[in-house]
Write a protein that binds this ligand. Structure first.
Ligand code: ASP
Length: 341
């Protein structure tokens, strides 16, 4: 190769690296550099089934549930646990809490049963695992993690996921374990409304809700976890965005994102991945990227997202009536909210 040829091929190798480095650097313009050992955590309990006129005691009970989950995450992070471990532990707490649409308290499908979806992702390695349409796994998020750790695959569904659950020793429960009166009433309302209007689509905002957790740990690693019962009166076999890596859940070196809302919209726009990609390739801050997607790409009442970036910045944004959410960090910030308060 002559010297011009070797110079050119050298540039081909170097330029993309420079470009990536440059974009990476401007992705965090305006963000305070994370101090060593600092950590951040954001959680959500869904953006659906929210009612501003609900009795204050009921809203307080939701706040208490969010506080308990957030406290557990905060304590684990302060003890130095990894982003992945904290995400799984916090989502398990939210799955076990019947107030939220994940695990116990999951919504009913149109046949009066429950099919659960979940996924988890490690931002430092891009390793990820997911399950869809599981019916007897008490904590789908833990099964998703085992898919990541014990198989060569990313997503297992239905009978295959159930069979896998039987080989890895996760806790199993009858499908009726997930039943709650509250969710049954919502199913009956949606089915009545459907029969009356003959419309397939349930009213927006009233029938979804999901749980999620995103973390930047003290070593600077990011992780995201999301778990859901899906949407009330969904078709048997319907899979939403929560177990679709890049749609309802995603983590890389730039951002960790967990979504809640009308899953079909989040799949269509690849919401979680697009937020991280806007930062990686477009040089946007976490706030800019998340705002563009939640308020421009998505439409009103589609739902919301929580996210954290590698500098520890946190966002919780929604285009619905509200979103059950909480955030905490190593500087002492600790707050839970439902509406704009
Ligand atoms: N995104 C979930 C789904 O479509 C529902 C939710 O967030 O509440 O399955």
């Amino acid at each position: 190769m002559n010297s011009i040829g070797s110079l050119a091929s050298g540039l081909f190798l170097v330029l993309p690296l420079l470009a990536l480095g440059g974009l990476g650097a401007c992705a965090h313009q305006g963000a305070a550099p994370a101090t060593e050992g600092s950590w951040s955590i954001v959680i959500h309990g869904g953006a659906g089934t929210l009612d501003r006129t609900a009795p204050e005691a009921e809203l307080d009970a939701y706040r208490a549930s969010l506080r308990a989950a957030l406290q557990e995450g905060r304590d684990r992070l302060a003890r130095g646990q990894s982003a992945l471990d904290v995400c799984e532990a916090v989502v398990r707490i939210l799955e076990d809490d019947p107030r939220f649409n994940a695990g116990r308290g999951a919504v009913f499908n149109e046949r009066g049963g429950h099919e659960l979806d979940a996924s988890i992702m490690d931002g430092s390695t891009l390793r990820c695992g997911a399950v869809a349409g599981v019916r007897t796994v008490k904590n789908p998020i833990s099964l998703a993690r085992l898919v990541m750790e014990k198989t060569r695959h990313v997503l297992l569904m239905g009978d295959g996921a159930e069979e896998f659950a039987g080989t890895v020793g996760v806790e199993r429960v009858p499908n009726s374990y997930f039943d709650t009166e509250h969710r049954r009433k919502i199913l009956e309302e949606v089915l009545r409304e459907r029969a009356r209007t003959d419309a397939g689509a349930p009213s927006p905002g009233s029938t979804y809700g999901t749980v999620g957790c995103v973390v930047r740990d003290a070593r600077g690693n990011l992780a995201a976890a999301t778990s859901t019962g899906g949407m009330t009166a969904k078709k048997f076999g319907r899979v939403g965005d929560s177990p679709i890596i890049g749609a309802g859940n995603y983590a890389d070196a730039f951002a960790a994102v967990s979504c809640t809302g009308t899953g079909e919209e989040f799949i269509r726009h690849g919401v979680a991945r697009v937020i991280a990609a806007r930062m990686q390739f477009g040089g946007q801050s976490l706030d800019q990227a998340a705002r563009a997607v939640v308020f421009k790409t998505l439409k009103k009442d589609d739902g919301g997202i929580i996210a954290v970036d590698r500098a520890g910045n946190m966002v919780a944004l929604y285009n619905s009536e509200g979103m059950y959410r909480g955030m905490a960090d190593s500087s002492g910030r600790f707050e839970v909210r439902i509406f704009e308060e």
